[in-house]
Design a protein around this ligand. Sequence first.
Ligand code: HEM
Length: 235
Amino acid sequence: MAPLTDYEKYIRTEELLALQKAPDALACHDELQFQVVHQVAELWMKLIAHELRLAVRLLDEDALTRALHALHRVRRVQVLLHDQLALLDTMAPKDYMTVRTVLGNGSGQESPGFKLLLRLPGELIFPALERLLARRGVTLRAIYEDHVGHAELFAVCEALTDLDQYLQQWRQRHLMLVFRIIGAGTPSLKGKASELLERGMRQRFFPALWEVRDEVFAEWTRTMLEKGQETGYHG
Ligand code: HEM
């Protein structure tokens, strides 16, 4: 056997490419795609968590430009994670049933990468934002009342809102995939899949970043009404 090249050694292609079933062990042709998409998703989620930990460290060091760069990278990976779900749109319902029979009780809910992404915003990221705002003596409300005066902090808040929004968009896209492959009414292992997934879609990872928009609009409506001015359909 030819010795491994430096590329193969560094990327560890031997181990990596042995992580999928051999062609003759596949339950059906499409199982390879199913396995690869899930494995790649776990790698992207691992990278997102790695970058988010860096962003938290940089926020704590007041290195905001560098924190924003890390969050920008996270956003790009989130786009890949979202878009790659489209590959599975090409899987027929019958082929998914065949894969299901070899998947045991396995569920995406057990994904270690996704479970980590559900935890990090509340446990690590929002507390870092709160520490930053406390050091600067500014509130979220003040930032959104004057986003130009607080441009840098506003950019950080918006980058975190993006993170939240893209997590939600992934869930929406995944639900569309589930409708397409197993239908809207099919019960899954854990009850009715669509209801369970729709509940998840209502989760906000940084509730305060969404609530502040209500607060700013409520204040605007109040002052406009005081002045006897129209607020249009928001009033
Ligand atoms: C053939 C395509 C897919 C189908 C039919 C499917 C189906 C489902 C279903 C029915 C659930 C609800 C829980 C359960 O009953 O297990 C679920 C949850 C989940 N799946 Fe998928 N899935 C697919 C692809 C993927 C891919 C590619 C990923 C990437 C990691 C993924 C990750 C997840 C996650 C993270 C959850 C939990 C979601 C949440 O808590 O909001 N799924 N999936």
